[in-house]
Write a protein that binds this ligand. Sequence first.
Ligand SMILES: NC(=O)c1ccc[n+]([C@@H]2O[C@H](COP(=O)([O-])OP(=O)(O)OC[C@H]3O[C@@H](n4cnc5c(N)ncnc54)[C@H](OP(=O)(O)O)[C@@H]3O)[C@@H](O)[C@H]2O)c1
Length: 324
Amino acid sequence: MRALLCRSLEEGIDGLRVEDVPPPGLSPDGVRIEVHAAAMNFADTLLVRGRYQEKPALPFAPGLEVAGFVLEVAPGVQHVLPGERVVALLDHGGFAEEAVARASEVVRIPEEIDDATAAAIPIAYLTSYLALVERARLQPREVLVVFGASGGVGLSAVEVGHGLGARVIAVASSHDKLATALDRGADDAVSYTEEDVAARIEELAGGADVIYDPVGGELFEAGLHAINPGGRILLVGFASGTVPQIPANHLLVKDAAALGFSIGQFRRHQPDRVRAALAELLRMTVEGRLRPLVSQVLPLDRAVEGLRELQVGRTVGKLVVRPR
Ligand SMILES: NC(=O)c1ccc[n+]([C@@H]2O[C@H](COP(=O)([O-])OP(=O)(O)OC[C@H]3O[C@@H](n4cnc5c(N)ncnc54)[C@H](OP(=O)(O)O)[C@@H]3O)[C@@H](O)[C@H]2O)c1
């Protein structure tokens, strides 16, 4: 099969090459999938530089979420069958013609949803849904501020927060990006390149009850200044490259909480919850309550171009690779 391989962590994205390799073996609890769409994540850009939590043995193909047809299932797997169309989470290996997922992380795709859209759902929407509902306990009419609001996870947080009845304030670097967030349900938009983020949040809504932060750096600091008493700031990622240090006295004075969220921990410790949530997110998409944005679909030979754009924060919504 053809796969986009990482053979060294020195070169990162620049070292990735499409090669012919044997398909991965079926694990005892596995489902083999003919990959028709694989969505990109910022994490892929970290994975190929050895900067992600997980460090797969070399060589490996990046790619953490796929959609396609089931080719084969391990003995005992009953909830999906060969020939069915499924979406799956992976540890890696999605940018390839075939991938093997744990059966517990595979869900059938409703016929109304195409492969590219299905592949774009798991990581972004599971992260936003579980972080906002289970970790931050976001309530209707609370003020939710989303940083990186047009990116993969950010845009999904805008939609999920809007769906939960929150007042959503989107924060991003450009007017085009903010227009996308407004189209997906944000009530207000703040450009952090032109405005004082904390002051503008204060002016718009009096402060933030929940802040969803996949960016870190200076935005995190602005978030801390804007947070309301009893507020929660969700640490989702550090796309800016700067991991913020949290002044504990600030949390005390504001009676606020900083909450870490990791989809990886959820996948490890609550796989049933993750699969149920993914099925629910697919249902919400069928009902039109979520509108995942796939901004570009690329062939495997051009996947590197997409990863380069993603690494520097130039993409909007999700990019998808078609390995076949
Ligand atoms: N905790 C979890 O379970 C979990 C799950 C999924 C993703 N994440 C993390 O969340 C972060 C975002 O992931 P994603 O897939 O949504 O990425 P993405 O689509 O690239 O979005 C990241 C956003 O960050 C902003 N940004 C600011 N400075 C940046 C920089 N120097 N380089 C790149 N982007 C920059 C960009 O928006 P502006 O131009 O508007 O600033 C960009 O849209 C990553 O750190 C990822 O690892 C965490």
